[in-house]
Design a protein around this ligand. Structure first.
Ligand SMILES: C[S@@+](CC[C@H](N)C(=O)[O-])C[C@H]1O[C@@H](n2cnc3c(N)ncnc32)[C@H](O)[C@@H]1O
Length: 198
């Protein structure tokens, strides 16, 4: 299997040991993150009982996917990640939601990475993942590919960190083709951006 690389070499997402340790530390912050997930869920343009399909890009062990699948009990998810170790952990952690999600693996820094996801999505979400490619032009390319996977009228939300400015983020969303592009919440940690596909 292809391995994903962190250009800054801060993370080793391919290592089961590293992923396990990262997840243990991250899980301590889930209460804090739940507030941000709740804000994102409130912006999803569906009623709680609606059946819709979403993709979570760089899903990791599925914190955001799990939150959304529990909030929207008829939704289904494609959990995308480049790390088989994360997918394994996510599969275990979301066992009780089996049948409503599937993991797909590819490296989003590479062209055509979203082909593994198949079809279009009503909503695409991502949390704390896309900044890992580090380079603005690559983030722009990731957004462009996401645009191709969102159905007309659908939404993309990215809750992310990194060195990009708010202006950069809004410009990358717009250059991908999204409209109604907004920063829903700016913070020193994760900031929430969103846009819709015309
Ligand atoms: C900081 S974790 C966040 C995981 C999850 N979204 C969360 O918020 O808990 C970053 C995730 O992005 C994935 N990732 C990093 N670089 C990637 C790449 N080039 N292609 C695909 N996934 C990547 C990692 O495997 C990891 O699961």
């Amino acid at each position: 299997m292809a391995q994903i690389t962190d250009p800054l070499r801060q993370h080793d997402w391919n290592s089961e040991e590293y992923v396990e340790d990262w997840a243990q530390r991250q899980m301590r912050n889930e209460t804090l993150r739940a507030r941000q997930f709740a804000l994102m869920a409130s912006l999803v343009p569906f009623e709680n009982e609606a059946a819709f399909r979403f993709m979570d890009v760089g899903c990791g062990y599925g914190a955001l996917s799990k939150y959304l699948l529990e909030t929207f009990p008829r939704a289904t998810a494609v959990c995308h990640d480049g790390s088989a170790a994360m997918a394994k952990l996510g599969g275990e952690r979301m066992k009780e939601l089996q049948g409503r999600f599937e993991y797909v693996i590819s490296d989003f820094s590479k062209k055509d990475w979203s082909r593994v996801a198949g079809g279009e999505f009503d909503v695409v979400v991502s949390c704390n993942a896309i900044h890992n490619v580090r380079v603005g032009e690559t983030i722009k390319a990731v957004y462009g590919e996401i645009f191709g996977r969102v159905r007309s009228g659908g939404r993309f939300f990215n809750l992310d960190r990194g060195s990009a400015t708010m202006e950069d983020q809004l410009a990358w969303f717009k250059s991908a083709g999204f409209q109604d592009v907004t920063c829903h919440q700016k913070s020193s940690g994760l900031s929430l951006y969103g846009g819709s596909k015309p």
